[in-house]
Design a protein around this ligand. Structure first.
Ligand code: ADP
Length: 428
């Protein structure tokens, strides 16, 4: 294994794996830290944690356990992956996990310095003068200021990360990055001399990321969104190839389960409905009251889906706009609302697979994590990209027989409006 990666959520892990595959690496994504040694021939392993919104001590403990496993498997470099919208709370977990990993790697030369950049220009995430843009607007105007769990209200990443770190945070700006390896390395030395240990790095184009790659060659730890990954495989002599993304042929019924309330997902839900395809909305308040009302939301959803599945894809969603989400959170509490919906959608995803679904689109980072856990998926091979950051994957599960399950884990703000339909067309 060349690259050992730790991702703070499930869709984020897939997003990173996708970029590595596109750059020629064969990649396996593991759901949580494996209990066993790696049994696949691969260039990189991405360990998907669900640590983004955990209490920071727990996020650190899980990340260190992942690091330990990756090191015992021979990983030559560690990549800590977080969201391209830098999803975190005021206290973490990006800063605290980064520093814990740096501490754990302290014996290795160069481990006193790392970078931090969520830039992913292919997906309209650019960092300019340390400020994160989502498309044409600053992070804090992108809709992310209303995220149910990690509202992002400041686009200045140096300031955001500094608030989460004990180490000093600095900036490597786009003018430095554009000049390539030697100038970037010189800037790192300059920052080191100033007592800076973590540098936010600007990137406004793929070219910036490609130029950044060689400067990261000997860095024991890289922290980033998925974008930086496009510049790393070349450091190991790996070049892009189609073979890296090969998956088995797809079979079986098709379904989408969406618990993301991000703007892009809401548009995708709308597009699916407007295409005349069957869609069922799940009401969080109905879930919260089902014990007293006798309603069984999961059973009702599966009963609705069963006769429709033979005709084509169905969608089951809790996705809602910011006003509706706020109102539900006001009544149930943020965590309770999130957990109730996640648990319900996960049980629905499991039920759909029991009904014969073998092509499953999951929308939402936390949602995908819960669904994948309910399906007892421990490992996925990463296949071809549907949209930037979102590949089809293939997993063996205890529920399916030898044919396994094709699934894709779509992060909230990723994908074009027609993503749900496009995904199935592409797989066919
Ligand atoms: P994204 O990738 O868009 O951030 P996630 O699945 O990570 O999506 O996060 C969305 C969170 O919002 C989850 O915890 C989910 O359970 C919760 N959620 C989903 N639908 C609703 C809703 N209608 N009201 C309140 N919370 C919701």
């Amino acid at each position: 294994m060349r690259l050992g990666c730790i991702a703070d959520d499930f869709t984020g892990a897939t997003d990173l794996a996708n970029n590595l595959v596109r750059s020629g690496m064969r990649v396996v994504q593991a759901m949580g830290t494996p209990a066993q040694p790696l049994d696949a021939d691969t260039d990189a392993v991405v360990i998907a944690l669900k640590s983004r919104t955990l209490p920071k001590e727990e996020a650190i403990a899980q990340s260190l356990a992942a690091l330990h496993w990756l090191q015992t498997q021979g990983a030559e470099q560690i990549y800590f992956k977080y969201c391209s919208t830098f999803d975190s709370t005021v206290h973490g977990n990006i800063g605290p996990v980064t520093e814990a990993l740096m501490d754990a790697l302290a014996d290795l030369p160069g481990s006193d310095f790392t970078i931090a950049t969520p830039a992913f220009p292919d997906n309209q995430r650019t960092v300019f003068k340390g400020h994160l843009f989502v498309g044409d607007v600053l992070l804090n105007e992108s809709g992310m200021q209303n995220h149910p769990l990690t509202p992002m209200t400041d686009a200045n990443l140096v300031r955001v990360l500094q608030a989460q770190c004990c180490r000093k945070v600095g900036l490597i700006d786009y003018k430095v990055v554009a000049q390539g390896e030697a100038v970037i390395r010189a800037r790192i030395e300059q920052l080191r001399a100033q007592g800076v240990n973590v540098a936010v790095v600007d990137a406004i184009s793929n070219d910036n990321l490609i130029r950044l790659g060689p400067a990261l060659k000997d860095m024991p730890l890289v922290t980033a969104g998925s974008g930086v990954a496009i510049g790393l495989p070349a450091n190991f002599g790996i070049v892009p190839s189609r073979a890296a993304s090969a998956l088995p042929a797809a079979t079986g019924l098709k379904a989408v389960v969406s618990g993301s309330c991000s703007l892009a997902t809401n548009r995708q839900v709308m597009a699916f409905i407007q295409a005349g395809l069957p869609a069922l909305g799940i009401d969080p308040l109905q879930i919260a009251t089902q014990e007293s009302t006798g309603v069984n939301v999961v059973a009702d959803a599966l009963a609705w889906a069963e006769p429709l599945l033979a005709k084509g894809p169905v969608l089951i969603y809790s996705s809602a706009d910011a006003t509706a989400v706020k109102s539900v959170q006001g009544m149930l509490g943020v965590e309770m609302a999130g957990a109730l919906v996640e648990r319900t959608l996960a049980a629905i995803a499991r039920g759909l697979v029991d009904l014969g679904v073998r092509q499953l689109v999951l929308a939402g980072g936390e949602t995908s994590g819960a669904c994948v856990q309910a399906l007892a998926i421990t490992q996925m091979r990463i296949g071809p990209q549907i949209d930037p950051g979102v590949p089809w994957c293939h997993a063996q599960t205890e529920v399916t027989s030898h044919e396994g399950l094709h699934l894709t884990l779509k992060s909230g703000n990723f994908g074009t409006d027609d993503f749900f339909c496009k995904a199935f067309t592409m797989l066919a």
